[in-house]
Design a protein around this ligand. Structure first.
Ligand code: BGC
Length: 386
């Protein structure tokens, strides 16, 4: 009898030990999705900004501040499961306020350039702030990247942060009160989804995007010239020397712009015999995405061979601006004072074509009262072993 009870208690002990070890094993691979809020600092006008940390069940994190809707960091696992930051960012709110070349930021009311800062809508001409080679860039002097957004955290299996901002009629020269909502969702499949929505009370133009600078080495260990990029685009948007579209679309075939098959970024980036490469100082152009309509489609794939990280970009937008950090020159330092040099990151900004308000043949960016602007972009991370 005694030996039976001894056997039973031994079995129970073993079972409970086994269960504990299974549970703790589970805890190390699966985490509870969370969204946490912490103070981030004070802006020059006295308002305070917060920093939200979203984490999904596999441990991927996104840190987002409601100042400019900036993605301050975004971690993704490498082929050995090591999570590292795959974006460029600065180490304090004051650094972002002082000088931010749009790292991680939400861009609006109009992403990219509007020629000479002028456009005509319904017979009325509007003048915008000129901030780039005689043109208007990324929404002007105080674009959506430099305003404080109202933040609403949304808890759940896929934590999300809803940001809202209303740009006033006449703000930065644009017509109409524009109510904007951007929701960042950290999905369980290691993807960051960005949903954009806007309505207006007067006819206006809108082109919203996010300007994250990616470097898939993790912690921006070196430049992005070894990254391998594929773009789902047979045509691109040639520009003049001030980076304003000429109005014509050009096939990418037989040019350094052909990323229809995976191409190492550095392989043709310095082809100075190509005028477009010369104007951009590398790649700084819009690619016209294959596939019609505003359904979600694969726009770009980026692969970084050392870490094995892969990023896929899907979007409902008709174009993607592929910018290779040509204007980074080491003057902006990142976390821990690390200087971000030329081509230390690449941007894949999903959007409508640059200067659409002045280009009748481009898909329209006009938004009228009663209409709702709605777009979605997803940046998804995985790994590949080769
Ligand atoms: C533009 C670049 C610009 C960069 C940073 C990109 O979207 O295409 O020309 O330098 O943003 O401002």
């Amino acid at each position: 009898m005694k030996s039976v009870s001894q056997f039973l208690s031994l079995t129970l002990l073993l079972t409970s030990l086994l269960m504990t070890s299974c549970n703790s094993k589970k805890e190390t691979t699966e985490q509870k999705p969370v969204i946490e809020k912490a103070p981030y600092g004070q802006l020059p006008d006295g308002q305070t900004a917060d920093l939200y940390t979203l984490q999904n069940a596999s441990g991927m994190t996104a840190q987002i501040t409601n100042y400019g809707g900036i993605i301050v960091s975004l971690t993704a696992p490498d082929k050995n499961g090591k999570f590292e930051d795959v974006t460029l960012g600065q180490d304090s709110l004051s650094a972002y306020v002082k000088n931010n070349p749009y790292f991680g930021a939400l861009i609006g009311r109009y992403g990219n350039r509007i020629a000479k800062g002028k456009f005509t809508l319904d017979g009325k001409t509007y003048s915008l702030f000129i901030n780039n080679m005689g043109n208007h860039l990324h929404g002007g002097k105080v674009g959506f990247d430099k305003v404080l957004w109202k933040a609403t955290p949304i808890e759940g299996e896929e934590p999300a942060l809803k940001l809202s901002y209303t740009a006033k009629d006449g703000e930065e020269g644009y017509p109409g009160n524009l109510s904007v909502e951007v929701t960042y969702t950290l999905q369980k499949d290691n993807a960051l989804k960005i949903d954009y929505q806007a309505t207006t009370d007067k006819p206006t133009v809108v082109n919203l995007t996010n300007h994250t600078y990616f470097n898939l080495t993790g912690g921006a260990k070196r430049d992005i010239l070894d990254h391998v990029v594929t773009l789902n685009a047979d045509k691109f948007i040639p520009v003049d020397k001030t980076l304003i579209p000429t109005g014509k679309l050009e096939p990418v075939a037989n040019s350094p712009f052909d990323f229809t098959k995976p191409m190492v970024v550095g392989s043709r980036i310095n082809d100075s015999t190509n005028t477009q490469i010369k104007y951009g100082g590398g790649y700084d152009h819009g690619w016209v995405l294959n596939g019609s309509g505003d359904s979600l489609k694969l726009a770009a794939t980026v692969y970084e061979p050392t870490s094995g990280r892969v990023m896929e970009v899907r979007t409902t937008e008709p174009a993607i601006q592929f910018y290779t950090g040509n204007f980074l020159d080491g003057t902006v330092t990142g976390r821990e004072g690390f200087p971000y040099k030329k081509r230390y990151a690449l941007c894949l900004e999903t959007e409508h074509y640059p200067d659409s308000p002045n280009q009748p043949s481009f898909p329209t960016t006009v938004l009228r009262p009663g209409q709702t602007y709605k777009t979605t972009t997803i940046y998804q991370f995985s790994t590949r072993k080769e």
